[in-house]
Ligand binder design. Structure first.
Ligand code: UD1
Length: 422
């Protein structure tokens, strides 16, 4: 298995291109199941999670062809569809559950294995099941699979989710686009990836209003057609790379980045002593004079501070002046990076959903292990701040969500290498 070796770094300088959003692309790709015409996604990220979704869609009868070195995905689903999403593929990635809504809408039935994904909590499917049941689906769990049926097709309905789940909102949007009549989703998630999916569905002929707010109205249509859609920039990749100059000093511009996608994160960076500026071409980040200051962080659904940047923010705060408290409100068990950061000399106490980080002067390089996607990149960031060498193993998590991380960081002067497994 590959590992990544990082050495403590001086100031960084240069530009890092931000890819299309993994989480947006993973929701956009299943939309191909909704139409028999081609869907083309441009600005796609080149990641193993995207290859897993490609494999899953192929097993269902869709074709996804990677063009221009994977930056363009040409998808189509005009032939026979197999409505069974098998455990062997679904277990690799939780976002596989995003085929449930489209399969139900197009076929009237679907059998989808319960998903796996990052080990960051229980991650049940009840909100998806309730939302699709509101549209008239009958769903039961048998042998680890959700068996869903919509006798006579899906019917528009008003439904309020008990929590603003991102995935359940996406499943509902796709399913309701082809349901008979009007649907209203209350307490909908407002993440930019949902707005991006709604844009794509509209380009395919769907009638959707209110995306980006907590009430989305969908007027079902008979059929959807083909479209070409550019994937929105990855706000989590953006936030991650913004932390590199925050940790090392210097100035880095994240090309294609948009502050409006991560305002809550940018406010915390500002409070910690990092300056952030929107330019015509991206987001420019540099560290203000002096040491990083402690800040408290609470993760929340959008527009709050994203849970997917909590681990990386913790890496920054390990060497801040003062004590920071990070509260995780989205996923239980999402502090698995804390013991690894502690191995590098960080002073962190975890109690339930809170982590208290007492800033230390410096971290020391150490062998550490990645436990999930965002945890693994937080260890790389911490390595940039540490004296000596940090070896991050189990980097397959990293390759699920970061395109050529070592090349992008190296290009701005970071001391980082991938060591291939022999
Ligand atoms: C998406 C993102 C993930 C991000 C998360 C929260 C993708 C592919 N992944 O995941 O990177 O961390 O949003 O911003 O877009 N829950 C239930 N029942 C359900 C569904 C969810 O209890 O049926 C709980 C989850 O266990 C979790 C919380 O709701 O505690 C948030 O989950 P959700 O918003 O659904 O996240 P995902 O769509 O899985």
């Amino acid at each position: 298995m590959d590992s990544i070796v990082v050495r403590g770094n001086g100031p960084l300088s240069g530009q890092i291109p931000i890819a299309g959003a993994k989480n947006a692309c993973l929701a956009l790709m299943p939309a191909t199941l909704l139409s028999d015409e081609p869907l083309t996604l441009t600005n796609a990220p080149r990641l193993s999670d995207i290859r897993t979704m490609t494999e899953l869609l192929a097993s269902l009868g869709a074709e996804v062809t990677a063009l221009q070195d994977g930056k363009v995905l040409a998808a189509s689903c005009h032939g026979e569809i197999n409505p069974v999403a098998d455990y062997e593929i679904v277990r690799k990635m939780r976002a596989s559950n995003l085929v449930l809504g489209p399969l139900l809408a197009r076929m009237g039935h679907a059998v989808v294995s319960l998903p796996g994904g990052c080990a960051i909590g229980a991650r049940p499917m009840d909100i998806h099941v309730d939302a699709l049941s509101a549209l008239g689906a009958e769903i039961e769990l048998k042998d680890g699979y959700l068996h869903a049926k919509a006798r006579g097709g899906l019917r528009g309905a008003t439904h309020e989710m008990r929590f603003a789940s991102v995935g359940a909102t996406e499943n509902f949007l796709m399913a309701a686009s082809l349901a008979k009549g009007t649907s209203v989703l209350k307490n909908a998630a407002r993440e930019p990836e949902i707005v991006d999916l709604a844009r794509c569905l509209r380009a395919m002929g769907a009638q959707i209003e209110g995306d980006g707010t907590s009430e989305i109205v969908i007027e079902g249509v008979e059929r959807l057609h083909g479209a070409t859609h550019p994937v929105v920039a990855d706000r989590i990749e953006l936030g991650t790379y913004m932390l590199a100059p925050a940790i090392c000093g210097g100035e880095v511009e994240c090309l294609g980045g948009r502050i409006d996608l991560i305002e809550a994160f940018c406010e915390k960076l500002d409070a910690a002593g990092v300056s952030v500026e929107q330019t015509h071409t991206g987001v420019k980040v540099s560290r203000k004079n002096g040491r990083i200051r402690a800040v408290d962080v609470v993760t929340e659904p959008f527009p709050g501070f994203p849970t997917d940047l909590q681990a990386q923010m913790m890496a920054l705060l390990t060497t801040a002046e003062g004590t920071s408290v990070l509260e995780e409100k989205i996923f239980e068990n999402r502090f698995m990076h804390a013991p690894e950061l502690t191995r590098m000399g960080a002073n962190i106490e975890v109690h339930g959903g809170h982590a208290t980080v007492h800033g230390v002067e410096t971290l020391k390089g150490a062998p550490v292990m990645a436990t999930d996607l965002r945890a693994s990149v937080s260890l790389i960031l911490a390595g940039l701040a540490a004296e000596g060498e940090t070896v991050v193993s189990r980097v397959y998590h990293l390759d699920r969500g970061y395109e050529r991380v070592e090349e992008k960081l190296k290009a701005v002067g970071a001391h980082i290498e991938r060591v291939k497994a022999s």
